[in-house]
Design a protein around this ligand. Structure first.
Ligand code: GYE
Length: 332
């Protein structure tokens, strides 16, 4: 409080108004369609999903659908099949339909400013879930709810660093990246690299996208195995790609988890099963159950409440031993 001592009341009020505007906390700010406050008529939420590429995505979609039903919202849902142009089309159609709030999980980081501006001009608040955009103008959306993917990459790197701290000779790592240009692929790679670069023997010898799918994970792992005789570690940006890669590793007559150490991200049921069998050595959790937080944010935005610009999801990490113990409790 001390630092406001010199401010007059008028100056303080002005400062408070500026803060409020910067937070974009007024529900009907710039609104041309007069949206309902959350207590009035039924709220319509338009949600543009990435696709159905992984077990994580299925759990995320179910969470959103269930939470919207519980909240009594009218949910309009579309699946973009991992294509940005499809997501943009859905967002435009939600704008035309004058939904109350638009939420989406942007398939890639770039190229959203135009359509986000269209939503803003139409007075429709936008909430980002799961994946971020790289827009410089953060007034284009109200909040971003999701995981810290850089931190997930760091967790993967830290486990590896520790595992090989006393090893002699090079550790050859292959990396299966997520969808090119997506926030989780960019950030999980960056966080991992940031950590492993402190030990020169940890070497990424091949890195390619597997598009977050099992089929692609298997295909790319096959080509990694063909091109490199001496792979020690696989770092997969999600469980599904790791599971596809496990098939390729077994088909090549090698033992996943032993001949090739495997780290993945997500922690879906099938990933946990593989980890409890010792085929995946370490899983960094990424929580897909974002539905309840999203519905709360929708209400808060429509009620004109102040809302954090960034809502980070909490998650943990699991070794094969932890996975065995946790498996019966996994909900997705
Ligand atoms: O890790 C992957 C999914 O954006 C966090 O997308 C999500 C990622 C998740 O396809 O399995």
């Amino acid at each position: 409080m001390k630092k406001h001592a010199g401010l007059g009341i008028a100056a303080m009020l002005t400062a408070m108004m500026i803060v409020t505007a910067a937070c974009g906390s007024s529900a009907n700010e710039g609104d041309k369609n007069s949206k309902p406050a959350s207590g009035d008529q039924k709220i319509t939420l338009g949600f543009a999903q990435v696709g159905a590429e992984s077990g994580w995505r299925t759990a995320n979609t179910n969470s959103i659908k269930e939470s919207a039903a519980e909240a009594g919202f009218d949910l309009k849902f579309s699946d973009a099949q991992q294509k940005q142009e499809n997501q943009i089309k859905s967002i435009r159609s939600y704008i035309q339909q004058k939904v109350d709030v638009i939420a989406f999980s942007p398939v890639v980081e770039s190229g959203w400013d135009t359509v986000l501006k269209e939503a803003k001009d139409a007075g429709i608040p936008v909430i980002l879930t799961d994946r971020a955009v790289d827009s410089k103008d953060d007034t284009l959306y109200k909040t971003f709810i999701g995981s810290d993917f850089v931190e997930e990459g760091r967790s993967a790197g830290k486990w590896l660093l520790d595992k090989y701290k006393d090893a002699d000779g090079d550790v050859n790592i292959v990396e299966l990246q997520g969808t090119t240009g997506s926030a989780p692929a960019i950030d999980r790679k960056a966080g991992f690299e940031e950590i492993i670069k402190s030990d020169a023997k940890l070497k990424v010898i091949a890195s390619q996208t597997g598009d977050f799918t099992r089929a692609k994970g298997k295909e790319v792992m096959q080509s990694f195995l063909k091109a490199n005789k001496d792979i020690d570690v696989l770092y997969a940006h999600n469980d599904d790609m790791a599971l596809g890669a496990i098939q390729a590793i077994e088909a090549a007559g090698l033992k996943p988890g032993e001949d090739i150490v495997i780290i993945s991200v997500d922690g879906v049921k099938d990933g946990f099963v593989a980890a409890s069998e010792g085929k995946i050595n370490f899983i960094v959790e990424c929580n897909p159950l974002l539905g309840p937080q999203l519905m709360q944010a929708v209400r808060d935005v429509l009620d004109g409440k102040e809302i954090e610009k960034r809502i980070v999801t909490e998650e943990g990490v699991f070794t094969s031993e932890d996975a065995k113990r946790e498996l019966p409790n996994r909900k997705y």
